[in-house]
Design a protein around this ligand. Structure first.
Ligand code: ZN
Length: 128
């Protein structure tokens, strides 16, 4: 199974809870592993708590961890900081699925991390 969904982002650096979108993409009754994959070089996907202050903290952390300018790639399209922030997050996660439901821990959510928005992004949800 291979499905995609699109996410419209509103800000340059933004963390978005996509757990419900991932859940909706799963086949009913499926048990196994699903892979959630960002099809972009300036977004990331991770699992963490979707608490609004923490989402803001993640945005601040990534903003502080990588300098906005001064990178070699900036001479091409001026978004090296976006690539490097996405690199720190990683571009996919694997999640156990039991009977069609994401088997996440109580406080876990699937987060899409936009590092070069606003744009429309495509996320892949794949099962073997
Ligand atoms: Zn670039």
């Amino acid at each position: 199974m291979h499905q995609t969904f699109d996410v419209r982002t509103d800000r340059r650096l933004e963390v978005i809870d996509v757990t419900d979108r991932v859940q909706s993409a799963l086949p009913s009754g499926y048990s196994g592993i699903c892979t959630v994959f960002s099809r972009h070089t300036t977004t990331g996907v991770c699992i963490n708590e979707a608490e609004s202050r923490l989402l803001s903290d993640i945005e601040h952390l990534l903003g502080e961890a990588v300098a906005d300018t001064g990178w070699e790639h900036d001479t091409l399209d001026n978004n090296a900081d976006s690539h490097l922030r996405a690199l720190l997050v990683g571009n996919g996660v694997s999640i156990p699925v039991v009977d069609g439901k994401l088997d996440l821990g109580r406080w876990q959510s699937v987060l899409l991390v936009e590092c070069d928005g606003p744009r429309t992004r495509t996320v892949t949800v794949a099962t073997p």
